[in-house]
Design a protein around this ligand. Structure first.
Ligand SMILES: Cc1cc2nc3c(=O)[nH]c(=O)nc-3n(C[C@H](O)[C@H](O)[C@H](O)COP(=O)(O)OP(=O)(O)OC[C@H]3O[C@@H](n4cnc5c(N)ncnc54)[C@H](O)[C@@H]3O)c2cc1C
Length: 394
């Protein structure tokens, strides 16, 4: 079979990748576009974890909400809102101190401004963006596709993308990376890769702007988050539901004491409830090597499961949660989701380097410097900005 050739390939179907596809289609661009995504579906760090065995299980295991802090808001939100893909986040937010006392919400860059959530789950955000894109022109999502190598074609004519076993996935005239995995040395420490694919490709191309972008992306540090997902039994859910909060922020001292940063209480289907316990950055840094073995990304990337270490991390977060709140989690189904790069740290990739026209490659995502950096807002804004810059070229 001939290798598929598309005008634009977007690696990653999180808020930025899906946002870019939607923004290009909204602006009338009808070229061929494919998104490649490691995960089972769209969402990235705004995904909703579902279960093949339990139709009622659906937990937002990354961001439980997102916020827009400045006007004008990203244009994409209007259509998402009017079609019901996003709704206002209406859950009460409280805080906890190191003595276990509940208080008012704390000032926090993640909860200032207008608060939104995907509907019915957080993945509604990316599903909605894809639906907007697909309405205008075919925009396939190739899920379960890990891009492992980026091969520049001769004379800057575009790119060939290779999968994990070296097989060619597709060729594209233009390429956009919406995540930093292929650009950052964490792929070497986490998965034992011998190279950083973007750096290798940049060295092959030898084009100065791409070399500068690859170096800047490789230098971005990130905070990790070890998230415990609890699907509550009916008996223990009753006490949790009586809590005055749906999102609980731990203040700095409470984070230090319990190793927890935030907890969200989420309604699932058929009257079931779940909790997502986000660890503190310090806790996640201490347990960086411990993956959630049920994560499709970890499986596809060949991360070796360590059941004992995983069980210890799960038990530790569960114990600290019970100690902090004095509530039971007995009978809950427990899973771990480890986000190795949950929050990029400033300054990020300068927006001037987010498009390298001579190499036909661009970058979007929350790691691009600018308003909303490190948050969904930044991912969406970077996607819209890149769409504007790409349109006259592609
Ligand atoms: C626990 C947690 C809580 C958070 N809370 C908040 C919050 O309250 N508010 C807020 O605004 N933000 C929050 N965030 C941050 C927010 O989720 C991100 O800023 C946003 O989702 C980033 O979107 P993105 O598209 O830039 O990146 P991502 O969502 O990471 O998307 C990149 C995608 O690319 C895919 N990918 C990467 N490499 C490859 C490859 N080689 N081949 C194929 N696919 C690839 C990944 O699988 C991923 O789906 C939180 C994040 C986490 C982890």
């Amino acid at each position: 079979m001939d290798l598929a050739v598309v005008d634009l390939a977007v690696i990653g179907a999180g808020a930025a990748g899906c946002g870019l596809a939607a923004a290009l289609r909204q602006r009338g661009w009808s070229g061929s576009l494919a998104l490649l995504e490691i995960g089972r579906g769209p969402g990235g760090r705004t995904a909703t974890r579902r279960s093949r065995h339990n139709a009622g299980f659906a937990l937002n295991h990354g961001a439980p909400l997102f916020n827009i802090t400045a006007a004008p808001e990203p244009h994409l939100l209007q259509a998402l809102r009017s079609e019901g893909w996003i709704t206002p986040f209406a859950g009460a937010i409280c805080s906890l101190d190191a003595a276990g006392r509940m208080g008012a919400a704390l000032p926090d860059p993640l909860t200032s401004g207008a608060l939104w959530q995907g509907s019915p789950g957080m993945d509604g955000l990316c599903r909605g963006l894809l639906s907007l894109a697909q309405r205008t022109a075919p925009t396939p999502l190739l899920s379960g596709s890990l891009v492992r190598q980026l091969e520049p074609l001769a004379a800057g004519q575009g790119w060939r993308l290779q999968g994990n076993d070296g097989q060619a996935l597709l060729e594209c005239r233009w390429l956009v990376l919406s995540g930093t995995l292929l650009a950052h040395p964490r792929c070497q420490t986490a998965f034992g890769w011998a190279d950083v694919p973007l750096q290798q490709a940049a060295a092959q191309r030898g084009e100065p702007q791409l070399l500068a972008a690859a170096a800047a992306l490789a230098a971005i540090p990130s905070q990790a988050s070890s998230n415990l997902l609890l699907s509550l039994s009916e008996a223990s859910a009753a006490a949790w539901r009586q809590q005055p909060w749906r999102l609980l922020q731990f203040n700095a001292a409470a984070q230090e004491r319990w190793g927890i940063r935030r907890v969200s209480l989420q309604a699932m289907a058929a009257g079931h409830w779940g909790l997502v316990v986000e660890s503190s950055a310090a806790f996640a840094a201490r347990h960086l090597q411990v993956y959630g073995s049920r994560s499709s990304a970890a499986q596809l990337l060949g991360a070796a499961p360590e059941p004992q270490a995983e069980a210890q991390v799960i038990e530790s977060l569960d114990r600290q949660l019970r100690a902090a709140l004095g509530l039971s989690t007995a009978g809950a189904e427990r899973q771990l989701m480890r986000w190795g790069a949950a929050f990029p740290q400033a300054p990020g990739l300068p927006s001037t380097l987010s498009l390298c026209p001579d190499s036909r490659i661009g970058f979007c995502g929350d790691a691009i410097a600018g308003l909303g950096f490190g948050r969904v807002e930044g991912a969406l804004r970077s996607a819209e900005a890149l769409a504007e810059r790409l349109l006259p070229l592609i």
